[in-house]
Design a protein around this ligand. Structure first.
Ligand SMILES: Cc1cc2nc3c(=O)[nH]c(=O)nc-3n(C[C@H](O)[C@H](O)[C@H](O)COP(=O)(O)OP(=O)(O)OC[C@H]3O[C@@H](n4cnc5c(N)ncnc54)[C@H](O)[C@@H]3O)c2cc1C
Length: 397
């Protein structure tokens, strides 16, 4: 029986395992150095929109949003909240760049509605955009609670026969004659016909063990969840770029608020021993963010905040995900650099990776995401540099 090893039990790895198991690929083993969701997946805000920046992105997200809806019907304990779609908010300075993408959305038949501030207020009275703001509403978008999604998907993949091994750190990739033959764990080698590296922020040290480099950088990112509100807000998830963050309703009548830290330099993951729990959000960031959002979400300044989640986002040199076969090493695949949208990509990225592993045709052309698209010197320059989040791409969910 063929064996596929998946490194990383985050949403990318679990979705890949789920698709492979449904395709009856053979033996599927997911390995994580910690536990399920130990990476950024459990920290995500879980917001998803199909209105992205490139044709490949828009086409990929269409698959994701369809699969989120299917999983919401099929997985006990998981709901994809699509009741209000997803709202992307713009001020006059930010709108022109997005307006240029409307012909792409029209050509690909990605549904959207442009809303002025009055229309946004009429639809969701709890929101108060500035009079010159515009909303780009995605009726197919929405959000997931990451804890629900991870738990439900883990149960389902196990039911389908996938083996999930926790506390199993892959120390090295094993290759022979230009192909991957398995991985090395602390207690010895594990052989496989195919290996999928879905270990996101830890990808560089892993690929280095096979002499591979890809232009990936990670940035610290954070979100907060309030205590339950007396009267929960009826709002869609909002990607609120004019305020440098996003806001959505959260389980238990709470509110979730996420924010980027544009001035922070990229974070160089030291090795597999590094855990996201070592990261912290800057002091005073929550108060400053609430201050920025209080005009848009009146009353937010009165909320009590219960929890902070800090993780890493990963960006490639051209801002697009890296999904596909690693050149020069047959049988090795990566799914990384999903910017701030890897949760949202996961049902589709898992589908694409599973099809590649099984040698089956892809539902869309993924050339724009191929690992082979980077020149060696471009990769070396990107890896050698230190850049701040604001010098990278602004890519939301
Ligand atoms: C605060 C925050 C908010 C976010 N909000 C959103 C959002 O609203 N929408 C959205 O789409 N995305 C969002 N994201 C991004 C999203 O979380 C990530 O893109 C996504 O979770 C990546 O999933 P993954 O499975 O690829 O990686 P991860 O979840 O990071 O999983 C990688 C796993 O690999 C394991 N691993 C690493 N090295 C090894 C090794 N050598 N051996 C074995 N295992 C290993 C790790 O333990 C980890 O569990 C957010 C991120 C953050 C930090």
């Amino acid at each position: 029986m063929k064996t596929a090893l998946i490194i990383g039990a985050g949403v990318t790895g679990l979705c890949t395992a789920w698709h492979l198991a449904r395709m009856r690929y053979g033996r599927v083993i997911v390995l994580d150095k910690g536990g399920v969701g130990d990476g950024s997946s459990s920290r995500a805000a879980g917001i998803s929109s199909g209105l992205l920046w490139t044709e490949t992105g828009v086409r990929a997200r269409r698959h994701s949003l369809r699969i989120f809806r299917e999983l919401s019907r099929e997985l006990p304990g998981y709901t994809f909240h699509n009741e209000h779609g997803c709202l992307n908010l713009f001020n006059p300075a930010l709108w022109p760049a997005r307006e240029k993408l409307l012909p792409l959305y029209d050509r690909l038949e990605a549904p959207y509605q442009i809303m002025d501030a009055a229309e946004i207020r009429r639809r969701w009275p709890a929101l108060n955009p500035d009079p010159d703001f515009l909303g780009l509403h995605d009726p197919l978008g929405g959000y997931s609670e990451p804890a629900e999604f991870l738990a439900a998907l883990t149960r389902r993949v196990r039911e389908l026969g996938v083996e999930i091994r926790e506390s199993a750190c892959v120390e090295a990739l094993v290759t022979a004659g230009g192909r991957v033959t398995g991985v090395r764990l602390a207690d010895g080698p594990l052989a496989a016909e195919a290996v999928v590296a879905a270990n996101y922020a830890w990808i560089l040290p892993l690929l280095a063990t096979a002499g591979v480099r890809l232009p990936a950088k990670t940035f610290v990112h954070q979100r907060y969840v309030s205590a339950p509100l007396e009267r929960p807000l009826v709002i869609p998830p909002v990607n609120a770029d004019p305020f440098g963050g996003y806001v959505r309703p959260a389980a238990g009548g709470r509110l979730l608020l996420g924010v980027e830290t544009p001035e922070r330099d990229d974070f160089k993951v030291p090795g597999f021993g590094f855990r996201l729990g070592e990261l912290a959000a800057p002091a005073g960031l929550l108060q400053a963010t609430v201050e920025r959002f209080r005009r848009f979400v009146p009353g937010i300044e009165r909320l009590r905040w219960e929890s902070t989640h800090v993780g890493l986002l990963s960006f490639s040199v051209d801002g697009e995900p890296i999904v596909g076969p690693v050149p020069g090493i047959d049988g090795l695949f990566v799914g990384i650099c999903f910017h701030s949208g890897g949760f949202s990509y996961s049902p589709a990225s898992g589908l694409f990776l599973a099809r590649m592993v099984a040698g089956e045709p892809l539902p869309i052309d993924l050339t724009a995401f191929a690992p082979s698209r980077f020149a060696r010197d471009e990769t070396d320059r990107y890896l050698a540099a230190t850049i701040s989040q604001q010098q990278s791409f602004r890519r939301r969910h």
